[in-house]
Design a protein. Sequence first.
Length: 126
Amino acid sequence: MKADTREAARPPLPASILSQGQNLIVSIHAALDDDQLTRLQRDLLERVGRERARGILIDVAALDVLDSFAARTLADLAYMARLRGARTVVVGIAPDVAMALVRLSVHLPLTQTALDLEEGLEWLAS
């Protein structure tokens, strides 16, 4: 099976990626499994280059769980995006998710966090 056919056969991700100026805004609507997270990471990195994006804002407000793999994938994405010239900010981390990440000793290096979309966009603009 050709790669194009495999890509077309995959169901859409429960996340949307929108362009706003030089930024990509990612809204995750539901929990993503490991394959979907990896696919999102690859898609975003490809779009950073194609659209010459300078920033990525990832909104996780709809998530009530962020496991260690998801957190590591986001951290890796931020590092990879930085290597491609884009900064990353994650917004909308729920209090319970923040507590769980701290208890799991999950770190998000090179990833800025912000309370909400507005604050995240302000950070990207600075």
